[in-house]
Write a protein that binds this ligand. Sequence first.
Ligand code: 5AD
Ligand code: SF4
Ligand code: FES
Length: 349
Amino acid sequence: KFKSLVAKAAEWHELTKEELIYVLQPEDHKERELLFKKADEVRQNYCGSDVHLRGIIEFSNICERNCLYCGLRGDNKRLNRYRIPEEEILEAAAGAYRLGYKTIVLQSGEDSWYTADRLCSIIRKIKEGLDVAITLCVGERTYEDYREFRNAGADRYLLKHETANGALYTRLHPGMSFRARISRLEWLKELGYQVGAGNMVGLPGQTIADLADDILFMKRMDVDMAGIGPFIPHGNTPLGKASGGTLDLTLRVLACARLLMPLVHLPATTAVGTLHPYGREKALQCGANVVMPNITPSRYRKDYEIYPNKICVNEEPERCRGCIQNRISSIGRTVASDYGHSLKLKVRH
Ligand code: 5AD
Ligand code: SF4
Ligand code: FES
């Protein structure tokens, strides 16, 4: 049964929720390897050998939200907060461009100091100076703000849905609602962004059925990118004593996501690299086709502590670039040389 369901998913990219729950839980090593192998084949057929690199600048760790799992939550007073001055952000972007990055990701906590004007100024200057795509990841904003960012030149927007279980979403996000999250994802699509969503794996109280819903939710939303990574407990948060997501379960979710969304961009996340020294390589071999190396200026890095023991906090951007190149070559893959736009755009237009 397992074998035929995986074969069906690999061919038709459709499963019912019940079937997906079944495929998410291989019974032995053989079934597990089959799942990973099929996901790797689908990735090869639809995305090829290319791995897309996105250089991420974590430009502010100030956050007005209080997500229960996150080290940047406003109530965590034991964190040195920073905002990187505009000139340094532009320098970091230029440095990344020289290292060959074709996408710059601008990420921060939900920091309202960054008005639309301030963010648009950064976006415009990067787009004027460098031939790169820009992904924004700055949380929930107004429709008008999203429109201004888009007009300033932002190409993509990453707003993870975190969990498709509405009750769990409400528990984890004081003062926020899953409805508001979904409508923002819809706005972003309407505004012509390439849209990324995504969820954490191994959240307290999360079930396999919830993870199936995460995958089906993103498939239904037809997202361009699905950021799936393990939850890693952070000591200075209310979930500090929870147990986190495992590498194995994260890989199974990634593999199923690839089977059902053959053209989606799937990052091998920094979080999966934090769980295991070869976590990112493993992810790239069960469906993933994107890596997001850190290009934040070194002196700020350790303070973007979403979860503990994050990799690369002591490395310079040059080091990570070389490191990631080696890792990609070591598994017989190639670094993409194009912008790495959504693979769905070609199909849509
Ligand atoms: N473990 C793993 N991922 C986390 N994130 C936040 N806190 C954690 C954690 N403890 C992720 C969320 C969020 C992004 C900024 O980081 O998915 O969208
Ligand atoms: Fe802020 Fe994002 Fe962390 Fe939530 S997950 S506390 S919005 S940085
Ligand atoms: Fe940063 Fe390997 S990617 S050191």
